[in-house]
Design a protein around this ligand. Sequence first.
Ligand code: FES
Length: 79
Amino acid sequence: MTKPVITQKEPYAVQLEADKNYAWCACGLSKNQPFCDGAHKETDFKPVIFQVEEAKTAYLCGCKMTGNGPMCDGTHKNI
Ligand code: FES
């Protein structure tokens, strides 16, 4: 598997808590999108671990092609 699976061509809007560790799924195989569930183990992909400084709604990449993981950067509009 060299390319991630596109789970959806739009971001996931998720409510995040401040200073909590999150793991964004980069491979697209997780059944718990947009978060990692360990399904990447058989691939070369790794989740992106991140935090936010304040509680907010974030738009996490669903196409897995973002250049600004885990956040959506609009790349899905071109695929
Ligand atoms: S399941 Fe996709 S990165 Fe972990």
